[in-house]
Design a protein. Sequence first.
Length: 217
Amino acid sequence: MKSIVVVGSSNTDMVVKTERFPKPGETIVGGEFFLFAGGKGANQAVAAARLGGGVKFVARVGDDLFGRQAVAGFKAEGIDCTSVRTDPDLASGTALITVDASGENSIVVAPGANNALEPEDLAEIDFSAAGLVLMQLETPLPTIAAATKAAPGKCVLNPAPAQTLPPEIHKGLYLITPNETEAELLTGVLPTDPASCVCAAKILHNAGVRHVIIKEV
């Protein structure tokens, strides 16, 4: 069985529930606190492993408690972590999330070591042995571009957080999975019905993407 290579982010999500958001400069007492393993790349890796895939994760974490916990969690899921690098200078990625009584949330992400995942981190990966390469946009675009160049026709991209893409990334994608907001940013077309979805998909096809799945927001 060919492996699934995931190139992406690892975060630790720290969540506090509160009745309301604090005003600028205000301190309030919140409620329950939760600590979750997260990051779009880590989520892809864990999901693929739990579905039975042989997963190799390419990522960076900090030399800290969150990084060590993340790697231990990946190993417990049966994920190959030999290409998860520990960055000596940057903290692991974190997300600080506040959720109010109505379910509205406020999120601040500190990418940390995710921002240091570089094309050179892909040098030892045997992409010829991979069946699929899963990616998102929580790591630098040059690294995403390098992966699409190394594994053309195998790359699946979740284009989130939404941002524009250089042409070389489009041309290496087997599949892209934007939601409505991301599709509009990438194509200039807001897909609100079947006709506009087809229009947006054709623009991505013409840019070089082989397959397009547009998700609902």
